[in-house]
Design a protein around this ligand. Sequence first.
Ligand code: FMN
Length: 352
Amino acid sequence: MDWQNKLTQLLGITYPVIQAPMLGVTSPAMVAAISNAGGLGSLPVGGLSPEKTRQLIQEVKSSTDKPYSVNLFAHAIPDMDIAEAEVMRRNLNALIENNELQADIPNLENLTFYNYKEQIAILIEEKVPVVSFTFGIPDDTSIAEMKQHGIVLIGTATCTEEAILLAEKNIDAIVLQGIEAGGHRGSFIGGDVPQVGLMALVPMALKAVNIPLIASGAINSGATVKAAFALGATAVQIGTAFITAHESLAIASYKEALATAKDTDTKLTRAFSGRWARGIKNEFMEYVETSGLSTPPYPIQNSLTGPLRADAQNKDNKAFTNLWSGQAAALSANKLSSAEIFNNIIRETENL
Ligand SMILES: Cc1cc2nc3c(=O)[nH]c(=O)nc-3n(C[C@H](O)[C@H](O)[C@H](O)COP(=O)(O)O)c2cc1C
């Protein structure tokens, strides 16, 4: 099977298979493992401090000399509605007390939000070869700077209109995130969050834009990779299938939940972060969604719930942390190394 195409050549990789950046799950070791196996490993740094961003990039670079990508959250930071955030803060503190968790939600004036613009200089200094982004489009200056330094840019779209907006900015390739996908929706046009299935999205976007399209959502096997290529995708991006990998940062109970999840066990929620994201249903989601409270927008809610989620993770308590997952979780819960998961998918695809 000939895997080479326009995108593999642009990226300098062997297989058009990308390990999805998964903040909180993807470690530098996972990124390096996939890049060393001939795919494109993606390091998530969305919302992280400039110092942490540099440290993680350097960890990847110390383990691979192959191309990899770094993933940004390209959103604007909204003004905080103090009254709304304070009510949420107090309720989260009460939830912590009532559930034997040990976390303190910081006062609102102590919340820190990092903007992607603070990370661009580091990406350039560290000579990152590929930058992918989600939640929006970087401003024109940032795009121009990265392009001047030869960085390949990959955007994220959840509907055709977003793909067209990315194409108008001369982005090199687009991840099409179907509604099946785990984690945050990359959506950035206003109005209701787009809920387009991958089967509709790839052919629709293909008609509208003329740049390589990367299919993402419920891809975890030879059959699903082939299906994406048959639809017209140039590459695939795989997330959930790597959550159970040895190099994953996911806690044990999260990995267990993936292995037994039914196709109806995930849903979209704003409860954890203030942005729509797909995860396995749990107590925390239920609490926020039935509380009648107004959920502050991303990244405010994300920062408010952060300490609670961190404590739940320390206690391996899956009831109070985000269990991001795509719809086909159980099909891909192989407790193997990242490279083994990757190589199995490549082999299966070649055998079909
Ligand atoms: C745990 C988790 C975290 C994610 N974090 C990010 C992220 O930081 N940046 C990003 O662009 N996409 C993120 N995504 C979305 C993936 O890029 C991709 O769209 C999705 O994993 C594809 O669907 P699948 O999970 O069914 O393979 C995340 C997905 C998961 C499951």
